[in-house]
Design a binder for this molecule. Structure first.
Ligand code: BGC
Length: 722
């Protein structure tokens, strides 16, 4: 839409204080309809006559701001009165917070010094047919708000006693209007409320509130206080081995709120920031804190739950829950690595690792489409994809398996949801990424050179390194092949001539096989097979299985190998070893963290070590969804719900369960674009009962039998012999 509005910002405001903008007007006739269009450089909270205009939180959301800034449209017809006041408070949000927290750069200081401002219009249509528009310009006023400070990493300071008295003229300023786009992603909202379970007094003498669940959002509290008393709380994820509050892993992110009370009983939560936490330490709190005074408000993007997993082992159900909470905690407008420390960035590698599981757990089509538009918008002139999207580190070179998100994510969304538009929208970006590798490599048909994260956090990492032992150019070259292959498939779906890329792909596979005849790590075996590069996949997986057994039936893979290792083992006759890894509860394993009381997925297999100490504070998040990718193996292999490439969106489905007695029973279902599919198996003595329910055509594979199942059927097989 064409705006008449001007960008406005505040004048004469104390540094750091959040401005509030105001427009007042009278309505003297019957109103038929009224809309507010609004956006901000920062995050805003808008109120009409004292009431929030909507339940959208942290508007206008997070996009590649240099190119794309969403505006929102709110129907305010019912909110109008004879005398009206619109106020809009603006915090730094993602727009001008010091992100990332650990490094200085030109781009970061540019962002931190960007002006906070708003642009908006109120459109009123009266019953008599006349229309009126109030657009932001210098006739709007502005002043200091009670939000004395607000920022993504450090938190918020709010003075409950403060009333804005000094209003002055807002200042018009120049900022692009070409970047404005209507709301594209799902809305960000308060989604759930988690009551505090306990108030703990730690051995160190701290008062700590425990919500029993790691969440992303903020704390709402109620307090009876005298004016000037303070609530000061710091957010944390875990207690240390002595039971004391631990905050070092937030690094430079203060993650605190400070609230100066007014007189009386008052309930408050911040509105322009968010935190990742399970605990809050009360540095100051009027009176004796009781659990019923605190509620954690869970904030994330709207996404409908579609996938359900349940089984006969309590710890595994807890793992499923942790995976879902990891997704909820990191799907706040952008898929982020973590919600707590001084990152909270759209790390591309993490997103591609988790996208498949994410797309089964929830309907994330709209969420990812918006993010992929940002990825394309931020893609550099030479096709390079930022390490994080929005690209807050344009000085850094892209890494293999991270930049490949440009290809892997759209392809997966297409498969899960069957919507070709996603491929059509992203095709140019996908192609530019593959071309980037082709132009960047120091050796044709492989990806050599460059800076890579390797098999990030793999347990075979040489001491002192975060990168697993797998060769970086091996990983880079294998992803080059994989992305090229997916690009060809995408091009064929869209009807493009992909002949040149087929030749390229052929050369890559040939060069790969020649250069890497041997595989030395778990991840190298896994990638060679999963990406179709191994000359003899069966032999390779047999060797992988032996290696895993030699390694003590332990997983050694990092971000790159973990999502696929159980798949390749199961696919090539070693499902028993896949199950061993999945059900292992000793360190290192998925269930190890569950045994340590985790309520979300950890960044490190050993976030808390066997002796109770922590992995070093400089890189230790307890809410990193990446290893939660194992959920896609549970849907696809354990329960056997296979997404067929020739039937995207689950137009047809193959169900080939791979049960294991140790789990007792497993129940999995996905609400797909073509209806629901569910698969259930249950051990009864030494026999198994299988049940499937499908709303689309299916072929069920049990042992050597292939059974065609009609849409709308419920079928079971009882007492199948093992
Ligand atoms: C992030 C990761 C990310 C990685 C890249 C970390 O700091 O938290 O999840 O993918 O850096 O190496």
């Amino acid at each position: 839409m064409e705006f008449q509005a001007k960008w406005i910002r505040s004048q004469n405001i104390e540094e750091g204080v959040c401005p509030v903008f105001r427009r007042t007007w009278a309505v003297d006739r019957a109103v038929k309809h009224a809309d507010l269009y609004l956006t901000a450089l920062g995050v805003y909270e808008a109120r009409m006559n004292g009431v929030r205009v909507s339940d959208y939180v942290l508007a206008p959301g997070w996009t590649a701001y240099k190119k794309r800034l969403q505006y929102q449209q709110y129907d305010i017809t019912e909110m109008l009165e004879a005398e009206n006041e619109l106020t809009v408070t603006v915090g730094k949000g993602w727009f001008s917070s010091p992100m990332p927290g650990w490094a200085e750069s030109e781009d970061k200081s540019r962002r931190m010094h960007q002006p906070k401002g708003i642009l908006g219009e109120i459109h009123i249509t009266y019953e008599d047919g006349q229309t009126e528009i109030f657009a932001t310009d210098s006739s709007w006023s502005c002043g200091e708000s009670p939000v004395r400070f607000s920022e993504i990493y450090d938190g918020e300071v709010f003075d409950g006693r403060f009333e804005t008295m000094d209003w002055c003229e807002a200042e018009e300023f120049e900022w692009s209007e070409d970047i404005l786009i209507p709301q594209e992603g799902p809305w960000i909202r308060e989604q759930e409320r988690v009551s505090a379970q306990n108030v703990i007094y730690t051995p160190a003498g701290e008062t700590v509130v425990d919500f029993g669940q790691e969440v992303t959002g903020y704390v709402e509290f109620t307090v009876d206080a005298q004016a000037g008393e303070e609530v000061w709380m710091v957010h944390g994820e875990v207690l240390d081995s002595n039971g004391n509050f631990y905050h070092d892993n937030y690094r430079s992110a203060k993650s605190e709120i400070r609230y100066i009370c007014r007189d009386g009983v008052q309930t408050w939560h911040p509105v322009l920031t968010f935190f990742g936490f399970r605990y809050v330490k009360l540095e100051k709190f009027p009176g004796v804190a009781k659990p019923e005074q605190f509620t954690a408000v869970v904030v994330h993007s709207d996404m409908k739950r579609t996938g359900y997993l349940r089984c006969g082992v309590r710890e595994v159900n807890q793992l499923f829950s942790n995976i879902l909470w990891g997704q909820k905690g990191n799907f706040l407008d952008v898929p982020t690595d973590c919600p707590q420390r001084d990152e909270r960035l759209g790390w591309t590698g993490d997103a591609q690792v988790f996208v498949k599981a994410a797309s089964y757990n929830y309907d994330v089509e709209r969420f990812f489409r918006k993010w992929l538009h940002d990825l394309a918008a931020d893609q550099r002139a030479n096709g390079a994809v930022g390490q994080v999207i929005p690209d807050y580190m344009p000085e850094e070179k892209p890494s293999a398996a991270w930049g490949d998100a440009a290809v892997i994510c759209p392809w997966q969304l297409y498969l899960t949801y069957g919507n070709r538009d996603i491929l059509a929208e992203q095709f140019g970006s996908m192609k530019r990424w593959v071309d980037y590798i082709t132009s960047e490599t120091t050796e044709q048909y492989l990806w050599k050179g460059g800076v890579h994260f390797g098999d990030w956090l793999g347990l075979d990492a040489p001491s002192g390194s975060y990168k697993g032992a797998s060769r970086e150019d091996f990983i880079a070259s294998s992803f080059y092949a994989h992305s090229t292959e997916l690009l060809i498939k995408a091009g064929e779906v869209l009807g493009h001539d992909m002949a040149d890329y087929k030749v390229l792909y052929h050369h890559i596979v040939e060069a790969f096989r020649k250069s890497y005849p041997e595989y030395f790590t778990q991840t190298e075996h896994v990638l060679a097979v999963y990406f179709g590069l191994a000359q003899d996949p069966q032999k390779t997986v047999d060797a992988l299985a032996e290696m895993v057994v030699r390694d003590g039936r332990q997983i050694k893979t990092g971000f790159v190998g973990t999502p696929y290792i159980l798949h390749v083992l199961s696919e090539y006759g070693h499902a028993d070893i896949a199950w061993d890894l999945f059900l292992r509860s000793d360190y290192p394993s998925w269930l190890y963290s569950v045994g340590c009381g985790a309520t979300t997925i950890w960044e490190h297999w050993d976030g808390i070590m066997v002796d109770g100490s922590f992995w070093s504070a400089d890189m230790n998040s307890y809410n990193h969804y990446a290893y939660g990718a194992v959920a896609d193996w549970v849907y696809e292999k354990a329960a056997g719900i296979c997404l067929l490439e020739e039937a995207p969106g689950f137009e047809k489905v193959k169900i080939r369960p791979m049960p294991d007695k140790r789990l007792g029973w497993l129940d999995a279902s996905i609400d797909t674009r073509h209806g629901k599919v569910s698969s259930r198996w249950c051990y009864m003595e030494d026999k198994i009962r299988y049940e499937v329910m499908v709303e689309m055509p299916a072929v069920v594979v049990i042992g050597r039998r292939e059974i065609q199942v009609q849409p709308g059927s419920y079928v079971f097989w009882d007492g199948v012999n093992l």
